[in-house]
Design a protein around this ligand. Structure first.
Ligand code: HEM
Length: 399
């Protein structure tokens, strides 16, 4: 490991402080003001909240994602298998092979096809929501959560009604990426990974033995050509987790900001919607931290990273870097250009970004068209945590 010099050490910032969960941006600004790359004793890794440095590191093939299996294997077995076989934690030619298989499932022509599906699902959900009343409506359970869940279930050709169960397990599995889990929370994440693995293995075996109900078709078509069955299962779960959690949080957080600033009614053109969605993604990133490990010695702005050192990219901090974004703390729905790093950069750039943008744009357009006077009915309830940022409940009055 690198010998850390005193001036390279991060001082006085605790990202696990509950105030940082509520509003991490003053903390991230403090980190950025201390340097481009700083050593965190708390997290035992280098941290960057700087846009240029984060972007360069994400694009550097010698600082890669490296999955460290969790111990003991008897408890983390499913979690380890699902992560080690998923594209997100692969590198080099293995990553290229699996990413190519996933791209055929989510390729742009399919994304284009998704447009009509997303539009009609948004309408269906909003019809149901408004039929249940217009005051004190929870827009998370009514629209923001079921939309991505139903769309990814349709993309994977999963049976109707399974989405809620998968979503429950998905939230609990992904909670393991938060820092400082308690033993009870860790045990629940292990159980959730087992539930997901068993569920998708079950679906896959039914699909393969029955010509009638083919589920996960597109991924299973890659078996045994480019994927093993275990890889198809792990990557179906990656698509489910990726296609729901971050998208739900980005849509919820961005909508709250739009409503707090009373900007909804001003989004009157398709271009205004497109730009507003990018600003929703930039201003409060739903996933704040991604990690890399150096496989050779690399220097950045006076810091030498040794092979094996871990580096944490603070995407929310990079997205508020004043060197790149004018008045970065200000939410400007017309901001352009907007080179945020919310979908990362380099070889792991989010594979679902076109679908995520499509869903956010359709949802926002429908809300503006149908409920231009929508406003918050109560302060929204935030989920605790630093890495994953979002609201569990957003009560609104539709009129
Ligand atoms: C607003 C919503 C979303 C956000 C903020 C987001 C964010 C990200 C980020 C930051 C990464 C790369 C992580 C890294 O560099 O270490 C990533 C990768 C990925 N995302 Fe997303 N994502 C979103 C939606 C989606 C959707 C809708 C899907 C699928 C339907 C998806 C599937 C994936 C996959 C498969 C990868 C792995 C790509 C690879 O390793 O090559 N994501 N996402």
């Amino acid at each position: 490991m690198t010998r850390v010099q005193e001036h390279q050490r991060l001082r006085g910032v605790d990202l696990q402080d509950a105030d940082a969960w509520d509003d991490p941006y003053p903390y991230l600004a403090d980190i950025r003001s201390q340097g481009q790359l700083l050593w965190s004793d708390d997290w035992q890794m280098w941290l960057s909240a700087h846009h240029g440095t984060s972007d360069t590191i994400l694009r550097n093939p010698h600082i890669e994602r490296r999955y460290e299996a969790r111990c003991p294997e008897s408890q983390w077995g499913s979690f380890n298998r699902l992560n080690a076989r998923a594209a997100l934690d692969m590198s080099g030619s293995e990553h290229t092979r699996v990413r190519k298989a996933l791209t055929t499932v989510m390729r742009p022509t399919r994304s284009t096809d998704f447009s009509a599906l997303v539009a009609s699902e948004v309408d269906r959900l909003l019809d149901l929501l408004s039929a249940s009343g217009t005051q004190n409506v929870d827009i998370v359970t009514g629209l923001i959560e079921p939309l991505p869940v139903n769309i990814i279930c349709a993309a994977l050709n999963l049976e109707e009604g399974i989405g809620d169960r998968l979503r429950n397990s998905s939230i609990r599995m992904v909670a393991a990426f938060e820092k400082g889990q308690t033993p009870a929370e860790a045990a629940d994440s292990q159980l959730a990974a087992r539930e997901l693995e068993e569920c998708f293995l079950g679906i896959a075996s039914t699909s393969r033995s029955s010509s009638a109900g083919r589920h996960l078709d597109s991924l299973l078509e890659q078996v045994p050509g480019s994927l093993s069955l275990d890889e198809a299962v792990a990557n179906a779960i990656l698509l489910f987790n990726g296609g729901t959690g971050a998208l739900i949080n980005a849509l919820g957080t961005g909508l709250v900001t739009l409503l707090q600033q009373q900007e909804l009614a001003s989004l009157s053109t398709p271009d205004a919607i497109t730009l507003a969605v990018e600003e929703m993604l930039r201003h409060d990133a739903p996933l704040q931290l991604f990690e890399r490990t150096a496989d050779e010695e690399i220097s950045f702005g006076g810091v030498t990273i040794a092979p094996g050192d871990r580096v944490g990219l603070l995407l929310g901090g990079a997205n508020r870097d004043p060197e790149v974004f004018e008045s970065p703390d200000h939410f400007d729905p017309a901001r352009h250009p907007n080179p945020h790093l919310t979908f990362s950069a380099g070889q792991h750039f989010c594979l679902g970004a076109p679908l995520a943008r499509l869903e956010m744009q359709h949802a926002l357009r429908a809300l503006v068209d149908r409920f231009p006077r929508m406003h918050l009915a109560a302060p929204p309830l935030r989920e605790p945590g630093f890495v994953v940022r979002g609201y569990s409940t957003i009560l609104v009055n539709l009129e």
